[in-house]
Write a protein that binds this ligand. Structure first.
Ligand code: SF4
Length: 484
């Protein structure tokens, strides 16, 4: 355990996350009553930040630095650089994203680009201010430039997007930490859930009357766990209530092949869905069985072929690297198999083990199966995508990701998921409907963001849908001029 002592300084969250990035397996506490093997002390006095690290009572390393400009962001950056240097020296590790612990590294670069800074200057800023590696800085710049170009082509400032969550899945994956209800046990709730969603849809259609709808995203869970009749009923309702005149993209995350049928794919096409996802996560059967996906590799291939036959010309596939027991060779095999299908976009996730996931709860059962060299696997994906003409177009990070890495969305030219960029760069308001959905209200200055979260439980959502509507209405009516 590592105990952190703060003297005359705050930034608890930043200090904790950066320390955790170096000591991924250790518990971290601010409680000075707890016995800890390692102690990290951070102090601030007369513009001097001091950091010392000790182990079993023996001082290991101390460093200090001067804060020339007391402005909060600057002070935080000096502190994080110093902390990074101390922890890097103690552990002999470097982090590819340097001191950046937040989930959106591209947001900083985007901010600079929009202020008119040159790419060279932004690159130097990423190295000097945040100690990012050359490779990650290059990746970040590549993505930001592409995002910027795509955003310039759409009138996102005068628009808003809709997210609708379907929190049901055929079974629960080992690593899942989303609001997900297995259909086996909860199928009796689905119709009531759709009825509650209809109420939110009826509210949302008039919530931003002066804005144009830019994208619609049906995610989950697994939206295609709805049966054909339920899926059609929902899509018809969405098409009927919202004005699709200016909609650039209508995505349905079909997700798991075991939930997809030819009829469902046909319904999606008939209702104007322009982008779908069929997610293998891996093409290794043994891993699919281990992670509880309950479908075969052949099912992935078949579903993909049917989707093409039904006319879906923008199909994304998600894979996860760092899955238990997988090696670099397994990732290479997965990519070889995916290459035969040639999806229009490929999203590469790095496994993040959240506290609520079964993979964490039953971690003893899976010890020894931890994937090694996840960063090498990520390089394999980077190489493959280059050869196969996919370009990285969005990036985000999560807490507890293997080797503190990232998720990257790659796409062929013109097949980028616009919704993904809008949400990751926090560029416009997203009204989120359904259990566990979180609405984000982005103010015109692009900096102020308010949130309104829906309850996670499906039964609570059904019972309290009016309250979910009120939560959104409260933010919108209090800021009508800027948000509506
Ligand atoms: S398909 Fe996605 S949401 Fe459903 S259980 Fe698996 S990880 Fe969770």
């Amino acid at each position: 355990m590592i105990q952190i002592k703060l003297i005359n300084i705050d930034f608890e969250y930043d200090i904790q996350s950066l320390t955790k990035a170096f000591f991924t397996k250790e518990d971290i506490t601010f409680d000075d009553q707890k016995e800890a093997e390692r102690v990290l002390t951070v102090s601030y006095d007369k513009n001097q930040i001091g950091i010392s690290f000790s182990e079993n009572g023996i001082p290991i390393l101390s460093k200090s630095d001067t804060v020339l400009d007391d402005e909060r962001r600057n002070k935080k950056n000096v502190l994080k650089r110093l902390l990074y240097n101390v922890l890097s020296e103690v552990t002999k590790l470097t982090l590819q994203w340097g001191t950046l612990t937040g989930i959106r590294p591209t947001k900083l670069a985007m901010e600079k680009l929009e202020q008119g800074e040159t790419l060279d200057k932004i690159e130097s800023f990423m190295y000097d201010e945040y100690l990012c590696s050359k490779e990650k800085t290059k990746l970040c710049m590549d993505i930001v430039t592409r995002e910027h170009r795509i955003l310039e082509e759409i009138d996102y400032k005068n628009g808003y997007s809709i997210y609708i969550g379907i929190p049901f899945c055929p079974s629960t994956c080992l690593y899942c930490s989303f609001a997900s209800y297995s259909l086996e046990r909860f199928s009796h709730l689905v119709d009531d859930y759709i009825d509650a969603l209809f109420k939110e849809i009826e509210y949302a259609k008039n919530a931003c009357p002066n804005k144009r709808l830019t994208t619609v995203y049906l995610g989950g869970g697994t939206p295609t766990t709805l049966n054909e009749e339920q899926l059609e009923r929902l899509l018809i309702k969405i098409r009927k209530e919202f004005d699709f005149t200016h909609v650039k993209e209508f995505t349905v995350e079909a997700g798991r092949p075991d939930s997809i049928t030819r009829d469902k794919l046909r319904i999606l096409k008939e209702q104007g869905v322009s982008r779908i996802s069929i997610n293998p996560q891996t093409m290794k059967q043994e891993t699919l069985d281990l992670i509880g996906r309950k479908h075969t590799v052949d099912q992935i291939r078949e579903t993909f072929a049917i989707a093409r036959e039904e006319g879906h010309d923008n199909i994304n596939m998600d894979i996860i690297i760092g899955l238990p027991g997988e090696s670099r060779e397994d990732v290479e095999d997965t990519l070889r198999e995916i290459d035969k299908l040639s999806p229009d976009s490929l999203t590469v996730h790095t496994l993040a083990i959240k506290r609520a996931a079964n993979l964490n709860i039953y971690k003893d059962q899976y010890s020894g199966l931890e994937a090694k060299d996840v960063s090498g696997m990520l390089d394999v994906c980077l190489e493959y995508t280059k050869e196969a003409d996919y370009k990285p177009y969005y990036l985000y990070r999560q807490k507890n990701m293997a080797e503190n890495l990232e998720n990257i969305g790659y796409a062929r030219e013109g097949k980028e998921g616009i919704y993904n960029i809008l949400i990751m760069e926090e560029k416009q308001t997203i009204l989120a409907l359904g259990a566990g959905a979180a609405s984000k209200f982005v103010f015109p200055d692009g900096y102020r963001i308010e949130r309104a979260e829906n309850v996670k439980s499906v039964t609570d959502y059904i019972a309290r849908v009016d309250e979910m509507i009120e939560r959104k209405e409260k933010v919108l009516s209090a800021n009508a001029k800027q948000l509506r």
